[in-house]
Design a protein around this ligand. Structure first.
Ligand code: MN
Ligand code: ZN
Length: 502
């Protein structure tokens, strides 16, 4: 697991060496940035240096702006980086995360020892805010470089030690302990998404999920024999054109009361999607190594829940297959029988994710009788056309669950937007030859995909997140420079923390 930054907390000493990062707010009036009294004291030996530099650079403490001063005279620091946070601010949790990312982004590549002073005018920085900022540092520092053989030599310089100075360092340390596992979970999910499919086969994916046993998650791997016995004909049909065996992994974290029904998370894990016999065009096909971002998120989430010892019973299930065309591959027109007993006519072998999810959701429902099920899948290109990369598509049969997800989306910045489900849309996937077909035509493609999945969830409160636009290849942000974003770990951890822990 990458750990590209070492974070610790301490009380602010009288003087600081090395690279020193300070926060400045915008004044209510005028142009001079405002500092906390503790920062003013720290800067006192440098006289008017910062004020004149700010004036010369027209730095007023505006959010997103920064001031960089090399070898500031009068101070022991080698460099001062002053980060603007805007008008004396009521920064929300997500703002602190972004601020952490922005700070990491301002550090020179050679940074080894960095001091960040968490003090703002107008009151103490809360411990949770400090922890969220630390998470932002950690997420921005992530890089996937294991295949860059020439970068390895200067790896040491890519691992700065960052000390966060804060009044209540003990409380901040405790808060970070709870969030650190979330950072690891996101990094884990990013790693899985970034890995190429020649390395990350279904078997290897299952093996890596097995590492969760180190944090107390019970991991069970079902092989093709087990899946055949269970009758998962829909899932197995997708994988049958590949030399790689399909797998389903069941991860259980029992942190709640023993009699309490679990919450369930289900991920699409198509380790590579060629489209099968309905083969995709060549341009951009390499991105299809990320067609397992839903499953990656579930693994990262289970890690996060277990490492912070969440008081909840949670199960994570991932369906791992490779969709390849060969002599054994399934064809358009084939009819498969799912575990639920419902039959499916395959119209397009590239609409494979829903086939995997149908069987795994049905299995989750039958075996665990969960309080709710949330599935995540890089399911349709249509969702990118509709929502771009800002929101994931949300579909649900339950308003409470949908509202909670939308809420957690706003808190964490992993936003979701609800789209409709209805009997009229559902009709579009009725088949001439079987109970249903696996595509509903050109229009409303994300909706008909969700309608398909809904046929496998019964009455269980359920939400489907279409993350094709957010899970991979999403635009860079303050706290993410990785192709695989690890999207959904923070969203679902927040959902659990706020509503489902006893
Ligand atoms: Mn596909
Ligand atoms: Zn796919």
């Amino acid at each position: 697991m990458p750990d590209h930054v070492k974070i610790s907390f301490a009380k602010l000493p009288a003087a600081l060496e090395g690279i020193v990062v300070l926060l400045a707010a915008e004044p209510a009036e005028g142009e001079t940035p405002v500092f906390a009294p503790a920062v003013e004291a720290l800067l006192a030996p440098s006289g008017t240096l910062v004020a004149s530099a700010a004036q010369a650079d027209r730095f007023t403490g505006k959010s997103g702006k920064a001031l960089d001063i090399l070898s500031p005279s009068g101070l022991d620091a080698s460099r001062l980086v002053v980060i603007g946070v805007g008008k004396v601010p009521a920064l929300k949790s997500f703002d602190w995360l972004k601020l952490g990312g922005a700070i990491m982004g301002r550090l020179p590549a050679s940074a080894k020892e960095v001091s960040v002073v968490l003090a703002l005018p107008g009151g103490e920085v809360p411990a949770d805010a400090a922890a969220e900022l630390a998470l932002g540092l950690r997420l921005r520092a992530y890089s996937f470089d294991r295949y860059k053989t020439r970068k390895k030599a200067d790896e040491a310089t890519a691992k700065p030690k960052v000390t966060l100075y804060i009044e209540n360092d003990a409380a901040a340390k405790r808060a970070w302990k709870k969030r650190e596992g979330i950072g690891e979970g996101v990094a884990m999910a990013r790693d899985l998404v970034n890995e190429p499919a020649n390395v990350l086969t279904p078997t290897e994916f299952a093996r890596r999920a097995g590492d969760l046993s180190k944090v107390g998650v019970d991991v069970e791997v079902l092989g093709e024999k087990d899946l055949k016995k269970l009758g998962m004909g829909a899932l197995l049909g997708v994988g049958q054109g590949s030399d790689q065996e399909s797998r389903v992994v069941v991860m259980r974290w029992n942190g709640g009361k023993s009699e309490e029904a679990p919450v369930a998370f289900v991920g699409k894990g198509v380790v590579f999607d060629t489209g099968g016999i309905s083969i995709k065009q060549a341009a951009g096909m390499e991105d299809m190594k990320g067609d397992m971002a839903g499953a990656a998120c579930v693994v990262g989430l289970m890690h996060a829940l277990a490492s912070r010892k969440a008081k909840v019973n949670a199960v994570g299930l991932i369906g791992l297959v490779e969709n390849m065309p060969d002599g054994k591959a399934q064809r358009p027109g084939d009819i498969v029988t799912s575990m639920s007993g419902q039959t499916i006519e395959i119209i397009n072998t590239d609409a494979e994710g829903r086939l995997v999810l149908g069987d795994v959701l049905w299995y989750a429902k039958e075996r665990f009788k969960p309080q709710f099920m949330v599935d995540l899948a890089t399911l349709t290109g249509a969702i990118i056309v509709a929502l771009g990369t800002e929101h994931a598509g949300l579909f649900s049969n339950n308003d409470t669950l949908a509202e909670r997800l939308a809420d957690s989306g706003l808190t964490t910045g992993e936003k979701v937007w609800r789209l409709p489900l209805s009997a009229e849309y559902d009709k579009l996937i009725d088949s001439k030859f079987a109970d249903m077909k696996n595509t509903g035509g050109r229009f409303g493609g994300s909706i008909t995909a969700a309608q398909f999945i809904q046929r496998f969830v019964g009455d269980v409160p359920w939400a489907h997140l279409d993350i094709a636009g957010t899970g991979m290849s999403s635009p860079a942000s303050e706290f993410n420079r990785s192709w695989g974003s690890g999207w959904g770990v923070r969203l679902l951890d927040d959902l659990v923390a706020r509503h489902y822990e006893s």
